[in-house]
Ligand binder design. Structure first.
Ligand SMILES: [Zn+2]
Length: 182
């Protein structure tokens, strides 16, 4: 198991477009394993490499008991939309909002061995492919919401305890202070 820490909204890596994978090597297989382990541990339905700080076009998914990954994805989307489906993101803990997405998606790309793969998804699977491919372009689900939902989401983000809290710079004394302020 190689569980990585998940980057939260505000981290610039989530707004940085990821680079195509060119080497289908041992490093890539380790990345797919780290993404899979981290996604299952969270737990989440999908995870994109930038969410663990890696700027490569790779994501994993675990939807309807189907576990997989895709490298260098490109999508063909249906015109038909699901306007109401709730969506969340591991980089925005605890928040989910109706987010418009195409109902069907065909995702083409490669597996970690460099073999071409075509995946077809509807509903949640299609939503997952779109959400994760967006991550690889630096696009986040708040960008896909209608303006009213986005306003609500941004307010909730500002109020979320995980947002914008700087890392503590002090160390706790290992010695008991018997209630005295220091
Ligand atoms: Zn996400």
């Amino acid at each position: 198991m190689a569980i990585q820490s998940i980057r939260l909204f505000g981290d610039p890596v989530l707004r940085t477009p990821a680079a195509p994978v060119t080497d289908f090597d041992k490093e890539l297989r380790k990345l797919v394993k780290d993404l899979t382990d981290t996604m299952l541990d969270a737990p989440g339905a999908g995870l994109a490499a930038p969410q663990i700080g890696v700027g490569l076009r790779v994501f994993t998914y675990y939807v309807d008991d189907q576990l997989g990954h895709l490298v260098n994805p490109s999508l063909d989307l249906s015109d038909e939309m699901d306007e109401e489906g709730e969506e969340g993101c591991l980089s925005f803990p605890g928040l989910s909002y109706p987010t418009p997405r195409a109902i069907r998606a065909v995702a083409k790309g490669f597996n970690m061995h460099g073999e071409p793969v075509t995946l077809e998804g509807t509903d949640l699977m299609a939503r997952c492919f779109q959400h994760e491919t967006d991550h690889l372009d630096g696009i986040l689900f708040i960008d896909r919401m209608d303006p009213e939902q986005r306003k609500l989401a941004k307010k909730a983000i500002r109020e979320a305890e995980w947002f914008g809290t700087p890392a503590p710079t002090f160390k706790l004394s290992p010695h008991a202070t018997h209630g005295k302020a220091l």
